[in-house]
Design a protein around this ligand. Structure first.
Ligand SMILES: [Zn+2]
Length: 132
């Protein structure tokens, strides 16, 4: 039986305890994955967070996989133009929902890894965009 250590709870569980993505188990077991989904899903989806950590992660991910912008776009379901904007420093803040979606698509990293302060008690004063 194939097993895997869940990145979140650090327990070794059989693959059946993980959601599968393209024949591979995700990094977190189902309960942890679902818990994270709920947390982020409950957050204000218009919340804007600094693009810095996300930008560094994109560059890292591309380097690690040998991807260029278009590979990255293809693998994560976003468009090249957006990626260019994020990593060129053209934009300073990004919608938390977009970051979350890209991370889920890629599958190796969680929002909490990039933005631990979002989940801690640390004071933060991220700009909230007013509802339209
Ligand atoms: Zn787990």
């Amino acid at each position: 039986m194939q097993t895997r250590m869940c990145k979140a709870c650090k327990q070794v569980k059989p693959w059946t305890e993980f959601h599968m993505q393209e024949g591979r188990p995700k990094t977190q077991c189902k309960p942890c994955y679902n818990a994270t989904r709920r947390e982020t899903g409950g957050r204000e989806s218009r919340e804007m967070i600094p693009v810095g950590p996300f930008c560094a992660w994109i560059k890292n991910t591309m380097r690690r996989n040998g991807w260029d912008n278009s590979d990255f776009a293809c693998m994560t379901g976003c468009n090249e133009r957006s990626i260019y904007r994020w990593i060129s420093g053209e934009t300073e803040r990004i919608n938390i929902g977009i970051v979350d979606r890209v991370l889920v698509h890629e599958g190796s990293t969680m929002l909490i890894d990039l933005y631990p302060e979002l989940y801690g008690c640390a004071e933060h004063n991220y700009t909230k965009v007013d509802p339209v």
